[in-house]
Design a protein around this ligand. Structure first.
Ligand code: NAP
Length: 335
């Protein structure tokens, strides 16, 4: 059956947030499948802050998306036709689908597409949050890099987001006092009342730094940093001697010149260990993390939440939602 693909391609590089000229919609027919190819209908797109980085022509951990390319994105899809030995019609897959309605998988270039296992207590969407990049990032960033000990104080920023909400819950599972920093009272209420954080601080309140001090009476042993800038500075000022700073993300600097830190001196004075990481370095251990995260989900120790936006044409502004703080939990575009 002939299909028409609708795709969002990078037309110009964004200067700040994504304006309507940055990603343009185009339509093209899909050629009949050749031997070794499979066609997948994309169902869900994962919206990630790093997309804004991928659009910029700056040194980064993957090549930037080139002008004219379909915008890179993770997604979930269902195989609708196959002449590929590894995939059959009806298989659900995850991988780099891109901002498009159909993804072609070829024998040579599978873009890491993997079949989703069918596990009764996990929804498809769980493979984009708890068992997706965000779950993996929370797991390895916190447990491998920071190695939390019972009784320690953990502070996580962007705490009601996809990664931060899992980090905080993992901190509780490991016996930490967990303090989350987020941008609305609704987010703070969710992480405290539903996810069991010990304290939640809205960094948009005028006295939030005093609240942070009150919420961390024994100082901070682990800072899981998702934001950077002023938020990170305030947490560094509360760090204990030999504390650990997991540099996961610096979203406050993705759309503008990185504000950096007013003073890097706390790292020296407090003898901190600051370590950046990129989750793709841990791919060979995803199975290990998946088993643990799946077990915590099954036993009710991990909760997740999604903000879902419908329609491919909404995908460009969905990226902006991350920078406006419009999402609670994982931000997803449903096609
Ligand atoms: N190292 C890795 O391999 C890796 C992998 C995945 C993600 N990350 C990073 O982890 C961080 C979180 O990613 P995510 O996918 O889980 O996104 P997310 O937390 O679900 O969404 C981003 C959140 O960041 C907050 N934010 C945006 N601009 C901000 C600013 N200027 N100051 C303070 N907070 C701001 C917003 O919440 P508020 O309402 O609270 O402001 C927003 O909801 C990002 O920095 C991302 O780049 C890193």
């Amino acid at each position: 059956m002939p299909y028409t693909n609708r795709q969002l391609k990078l037309a110009v590089r964004p200067k700040d947030l994504i304006t309507p000229d940055v990603l343009v919609l185009s339509e093209s027919p899909i050629a009949p499948l050749e031997e070794g190819q499979a066609l997948a209908r994309v169902k869900y797109l994962s919206i990630d802050p790093t997309m804004r980085v991928w659009m910029a022509d700056i040194p980064q951990y993957m090549p930037p998306v080139q002008i004219g390319d379909v915008m890179r994105a993770f997604g979930l899809a269902e195989i609708i036709e196959s002449r590929h030995p590894d995939f059959k019609k009806g298989d659900k897959v995850s991988g780099l689908t891109g901002f498009q309605e159909y993804a072609l998988i070829t024998g040579k270039e599978t873009r890491g597409f993997q079949k989703l296992p069918s596990i009764p207590f996990l929804s498809d969407i769980n493979f984009l949050n708890i068992l997706g990049i965000n779950g993996m990032t929370a797991y390895f960033g916190l447990l491998d890099l920071a190695k939390p000990q019972s009784g320690e104080t953990l502070v996580v920023s962007a705490a009601a987001g996809a990664t931060g909400s899992i980090v905080g819950q993992l901190g509780k599972i490991h016996g930490c006092r967990v303090v989350g920093i987020a941008g609305t009272d609704e987010k703070c209420k969710w992480i405290k009342e539903n996810l069991g954080f010990d304290a939640a601080i809205n960094y948009k309140h005028p006295d939030w730094k005093a609240q942070l001090a009150a919420a961390t009476p024994k100082g901070v042993d682990i800072n899981f940093e998702n934001v950077g800038g002023e938020v990170m500075q305030a947490v560094l000022d509360r760090m204990n001697l030999h504390g650990r700073v997991v540099l996961c993300g610096l979203i406050s600097g993705y759309t503008k010149q990185d504000p950096g830190l007013a003073s890097f001196g706390q790292v020296l004075i407090k003898r901190l260990r600051v370590e950046g990481f990129i989750i793709f370095d841990y791919v060979s251990r995803f199975m290990e993390a998946g088993q643990k995260l799946g077990m915590w989900k099954m036993t009710g120790k991990l909760e997740s939440r999604e903000t879902i936006v419908k329609g491919l044409e909404k995908a460009p502004d969905a990226i902006n939602m991350l920078f406006r703080g419009d999402n609670i939990g994982k931000l997803i575009v449903e096609l």
